[in-house]
Design a protein around this ligand. Sequence first.
Ligand SMILES: *[C@@H]1O[C@H](CO)[C@@H](O)[C@H](O)[C@H]1NC(C)=O
Ligand SMILES: *[C@@H]1O[C@H](CO)[C@@H](O)[C@H](O)[C@H]1NC(C)=O
Ligand SMILES: *[C@@H]1O[C@H](CO)[C@@H](O)[C@H](O)[C@H]1NC(C)=O
Ligand SMILES: *[C@@H]1O[C@H](CO)[C@@H](O)[C@H](O)[C@H]1NC(C)=O
Length: 392
Amino acid sequence: MSSFSCSYILSLHFISIVFVLPARAQQSTGACFTSIISFGDSIADTGNLIFALNNSHRVNRLPYGETFFHHPTGRFSDGRLIADFIANALGLPLLTPYLPYYGDGWSFRKGVNFAVAGSTALNDDFFNEKGIKLETKNISLDVQLKWFKDFLSFMCSSKEECEDKLSSSLFLMREIGGNDFNYPFFQGRSFEEVRTFVPSVINAISLAITVVIELGARTLLVPGNFPIGCIPAYLSTFHVSNAKDYDEETGCIKWLNDFSEYYNQLLIKELDHLRKMHPHTTIIYADYYQALITIYQSPEKYGFQSSPLVACCGVGGLYNYNSSCMCGDLGSTVCMEPSRHLSWDGLHFTEVKLCENCSCGLLQGKYTNPPFTETCALLEPIGNLEFPRNTF
Ligand SMILES: *[C@@H]1O[C@H](CO)[C@@H](O)[C@H](O)[C@H]1NC(C)=O
Ligand SMILES: *[C@@H]1O[C@H](CO)[C@@H](O)[C@H](O)[C@H]1NC(C)=O
Ligand SMILES: *[C@@H]1O[C@H](CO)[C@@H](O)[C@H](O)[C@H]1NC(C)=O
Ligand SMILES: *[C@@H]1O[C@H](CO)[C@@H](O)[C@H](O)[C@H]1NC(C)=O
């Protein structure tokens, strides 16, 4: 079975769309927002990619999903994603993936998730022209925006009705794990070359933000990039014996973290510009970089094992990561306590600690600008938070 082989290469040629009956009814009363609309990649995908691939992906096997759902859900994690925790904190149900529920308006009444694993902010042409291979086809941000427009055409019947609905939605604009940078870096492109992509990526995100604002979005959360120099996949790919390349305190690769900081600085600048252009909107920057660096600096303080750079699930090497044989592939092993690990599979995060602590920190405002609590003053009293609120 090719889907069980370590060398399985993911290739998405088309997306088949079917109509499915509503799967569940969840009752909740949104305090600040009536729904969440999400765009993004594997950091936010709640089932679109595995649907598009007819479930033939290693993520559709345990141990993916083992922690909370106890079965795979298409999330690239052992459990819930940051977006799930945000939804939970706002009293909204977990995000419904768009593709499996296409056409089923009822399932989407509290939100919709267009995020697809492997997606990039820039479209396929950009990478094709440069000879950079993508693992997935035709799922970039502009395609997700096209789906969004289709979605609106069956969710509301006039421009005014759409604007009205969208004005009370929270928009999660991409969790940028940075596939636009992952693909070229992992294909051996240089720091200098990949750095030249940054303005284009920022521009694509900025355009997407502008489009949704013009359609009626009023509140948007835009995360920056992670400190990619602390991610096991990067650490093992760019492993060198020169200690000078590593940050003494965290063990992360400095030049890669510098890259993330450079990207984040440009993003922050662009968001300032967008705020000026659209003063009636609230554009919140979520500082994933600082939220995570704080943990990498003192993992034990936050309940993690002392070596947070080692993936929980994977196959061997210094960081328990091997790109040709990954978590879910035959031969991979999974750690006993995912909650004591920060990295789940070398590229994505585990549920518990990151989400409990990180999205909590995000929601409380420490790592958001403007603070999320200013946008949603009702956040604090929400009763059904499933995580402690006095972390971070
Ligand atoms: C999807 O998978 C099911 C069962 O694994 C199979 O019966 C079906 O033919 C597949 N459909 C497509 C379009 O590949
Ligand atoms: C990409 O997807 C969009 C929307 O689903 C579709 O309209 C378009 O034809 C697709 N393009 C290619 C090249 O497959
Ligand atoms: C989150 O971080 C706090 C320290 O701020 C730590 O005590 C706690 O254990 C972490 N979360 C969980 C579920 O352990
Ligand atoms: C990664 O896995 C492949 C295939 O299983 C194996 O041949 C290779 O030696 C592994 N690489 C490392 C660095 O362990």
